[in-house]
Design a protein around this ligand. Structure first.
Ligand code: SF4
Length: 193
């Protein structure tokens, strides 16, 4: 990522409006054939924290909103336990279209769609980026030229950017026994600001 050009609220909104239109109409990769909606990021454009998830799920694809399905319910619970209001955060996905059958993203899909994430980071200029899950964390690390191993709950400062990888809330749907440990990691989000 290059040096940021600082934008005021209005400039951010105008830049996002252009970017979001590009995302919604994008046909760069074959995921455009199976999606209903391509989801740009949403939330507080002046947020200090940006959450980067992997991709919209089935419910999100239909509803055209992020985190409205089962993972969203877990995320709400984690935010609530950590004392974090969703209204204070900007959320986006690494891959903006649903991955059919929850399959893994392909390298070219991450590369093609990742440029939208680059632009979102440049516009929002978050103090801290919290990628959720391994794919999002790896992609964010690479954007800042780091090949550091992904360790959930470990804060990194790369090229002046705070990056705090967290496990994806969907992981708790399969392994609820990690809930207490995960909440403790989410709680730290606030302390870094
Ligand atoms: S996944 Fe990204 S690159 Fe592919 S069609 Fe959707 S918005 Fe475009």
């Amino acid at each position: 990522m290059g040096a940021p050009i600082y934008l005021n609220h209005l400039e951010k909104q105008e830049s996002l409006d252009v970017l979001n239109y590009q995302v919604r109409s994008c046909e760069r990769c074959r995921l455009s054939l199976t999606r209903k909606h391509a989801l740009p990021g949403e939330g507080n454009i002046d947020a200090r924290i940006m959450i980067v998830a992997l991709s919209p799920g089935t419910k999100e694809n239909l509803a055209n909103r992020m985190f409205v399905g089962p993972s969203g319910k877990v995320l709400e619970k984690l935010f609530h336990a950590a004392g974090i209001s969703r209204e204070l955060i900007f959320m986006t996905n690494l891959v903006k279209c649903m991955l059919p059958g929850n399959r893994k993203p392909e390298k070219n899909e991450i590369e093609l769609c990742g440029t939208f994430l680059d632009d979102e980071i440049s516009i929002i200029q978050p103090e801290l980026i919290a990628p959720l899950g391994h794919y999002a964390a790896r992609a964010v690390f690479q954007k800042f030229h780091s090949d550091a191993p992904v360790r959930f709950g470990e804060l990194l400062q790369i090229d002046g950017q705070k990056i705090y990888p967290l496990s994806h809330p969907a992981a708790l749907l399969y392994n609820p026994s990690f809930e207490t440990e995960t909440i403790e990691k989410y709680k730290k989000l606030k302390t870094f600001l």
